[in-house]
Design a protein. Structure first.
Length: 117
């Protein structure tokens, strides 16, 4: 079992930045690919970014490409999401997730990000 706890959310003005963190505990963190997802009010949860076990391969949703950066520190059991040039449409609850095979099976409780002036 992998336990995940997100932090770093908050209120930021458009154009600002936030850095989300996801601390993992339980089984071997560096054996899991990790991802970030988000869910805005009234909308379905959507993929944001993911990273393979070593951190060498990443992918992003088109809506965040060039603005968000996913990274991981296996020594600290943590995955990060650096979010720059934030827009009001980035407002959502952001979730960290751990993948087994092709499925994300471990989820954090989420952290709220609000982009507003």
């Amino acid at each position: 079992q992998l336990q995940l706890v997100e932090s770093g959310g908050g209120l930021v003005q458009p154009g600002g930045s936030l850095r989300l963190s996801c601390l993992a505990s339980g089984r071997t963190f560096n054996s899991y690919a990790m991802g970030w997802f988000r869910q805005a009010p009234g909308k379905a949860r959507e993929f944001v970014a993911d990273i393979n076990w070593s951190g060498g391969i990443t992918s992003y949703a088109d809506s965040v490409k060039g603005r968000f950066t996913i990274a991981r520190d296996n020594g600290q059991n943590t995955v990060f999401l650096q979010m720059d040039s934030l827009k009001p449409e980035d407002t959502a609850v952001y979730y960290c997730a751990g993948r087994e095979g092709d499925e994300y099976v471990y989820w954090g409780q989420g952290t709220q990000v609000t982009v507003s002036s």
